[in-house]
Design a protein around this ligand. Sequence first.
Ligand SMILES: [Zn+2]
Length: 330
Amino acid sequence: MVCGRIGDGIRSTRGLGAWLGFVAALVALTAAEALAAGHRTANFIIEAPTEALARRIGDAAEQYRHTLAVEWTGSPLPRWSRPCPITAQVAPNLGAGGATSFVFDRGEVFNWTMTIQGSEERILDSVLPHEITHTIFASHFRQPLPRWADEGACTTVEHPVERARQHKLLIEFLTTGRGIAFPEMFAMKEYPADVLPLYSQGYSLARYLIERGGRHKYVAFVSDGLASDDWSSALAAHYGVKGVAQMQHVWLDWVKQGCPAPPASLAAAVPPPAASWSAVARGQSPDSAPAPNPVPAAAPVATSAARTSVYAQARRAADGGTRKSGTGVD
Ligand SMILES: [Zn+2]
């Protein structure tokens, strides 16, 4: 359709002015096309630079939605009453990032919107599974999770390169006074001013817990903690750790030891991720540098029940965040 209209313009134009007019029209049409390419699946409406990309992102989103829901909760999600719009900016050197927002009201969740950006590879192997996990948790719990438990778990489904980056950042934060004390972290319902340590510490703790009990147990633990608002009892019941402060001690010891794999008996009880999960993900990428152009933090949504979960916030200067007394390794 677009080419046909341009073709008509070529035949009817004469002279430089007309030619420049044609070029301007071409640029405008190309830009319009870049924004307009879309694809629809059962649960998503994807807008991407090309239809082929929109299709690949939609197919991957559906596959992650199915596979990760089974991984986390044991069963697939029912079809949403309304699809989740995904707006994807895709370019080879675009920093990876994403944000998903939704609204909780009386035990229901709706008004999904998801924006994602990055290289195609990183979108498919990290940003998308991360954001889809947010939607699975929102659909399952029907209420906000503590941020560390939400972001931490979502980061565990990213590509190994991204997870390694979080671990590297964690060590940096813990050795520069930016660790967050667990009693404070467990009580956080919103993002702190110094947000990056929440991501890396949340990821590390979620990884520790999941390596010891699997994803289903993690979800059961979060369910109990949400229901009772007594995270110490939930930790004791599911992981045999006597309280939040003790958890910090145990976890910090584990980090100091280099995050060793759990004893074989515990590891054997944790099933590996589903094969189809890694089938979606792309191969290794040498791109381990911090995202040069991450998405800015999403604007707060008016209603207090609204929830936005951000994959990668605007990176703050390494020394620019709020210093907190909290956890740390020396
Ligand atoms: Zn997130």
